[in-house]
Design a protein around this ligand. Structure first.
Ligand code: TMP
Length: 214
């Protein structure tokens, strides 16, 4: 039986979701009494962070798309079992920087892998648990890539170096997913100034929590 809430933060590279999460956390801690866990995919626990290093290594240009998918799924499973599921069982509000939708969009829409296979693998990794709410931070691919190029402190990974075409497919994939699962996914315009994006994210999370505990 799961008591906590699972919220995922999604978006194309350079959408700024990690920065928003950092700004959001102290605001939520002040307002919400339940414990909050912030974690990320791929990663979040030691084994999954090591898988992350393998996936995102800029030298691994020969990596096959299915290998890439399976590594994300392996990282997801370990993170799920070791950290996320126990936190939910303890009643935490879990904020995930990326989750199952990233595989649907990057490996499905982006790489063109079979969507049914990805859905099955996601279910397998998470014992069929979906996010209760997903905040999708939307930016045009050109804007996202420009931000990455200008941010010297951000790690540049193998996916960042892919052609603009992949990033455009990813963004279109997110837009289509947000439309088809509009009950769960809230789209936030991440081209707005950071303060406004943080405020919108905060209001969205609070609206969800108020409704969920009624
Ligand atoms: P990050 O830069 O947001 O930490 O994510 C690392 C990269 O991994 C990013 O380009 C998105 C990509 N990714 C996938 O392609 N599939 C996945 O399932 C996940 C979780 C991330």
């Amino acid at each position: 039986m799961t008591n906590g809430y699972l919220l995922s933060f999604e978006g194309p590279d350079g959408a700024g979701k990690t920065t928003v999460l950092e700004r959001l956390l102290p605001l939520l801690r002040e307002k919400v009494s339940q414990p909050i866990l912030v974690t990320r995919e791929p990663g979040g626990v030691q084994i999954s962070e090591r898988i992350r290093d393998v996936i995102l290594d800029v030298n691994h240009t020969q990596m096959d798309s299915k290998t890439e998918l399976l590594l994300y799924i392996a990282a997801r499973r370990q993170h799920w079992v070791e950290k996320v599921a126990p936190a939910l069982d303890e009643g935490c509000l879990v904020l995930m920087d990326r989750f199952i939708d990233s595989s649907v969009v990057y490996q499905g829409a982006g790489r063109g892998l079979d969507k049914a296979a990805i859905a099955w693998l996601n279910d397998y990794a998470t014992d069929k648990r979906k996010p209760d709410l997903t905040l999708y931070f939307d930016v045009p691919s050109e804007v996202g890539l420009e931000r990455i190029n200008q941010n010297a402190s951000r790690e540049v990974n193998r996916l960042d170096l892919e052609a603009l075409e992949l990033h455009q497919k990813v963004r279109n994939g997110y837009l289509a997913l947000a439309e088809s699962e509009s009950d769960r996914i809230v789209t936030i315009d991440a081209t707005k100034p950071l303060d406004e994006v943080v405020k919108e994210a905060y209001d969205t999370v609070l609206r969800f929590l108020e409704k969920a505990v009624l």
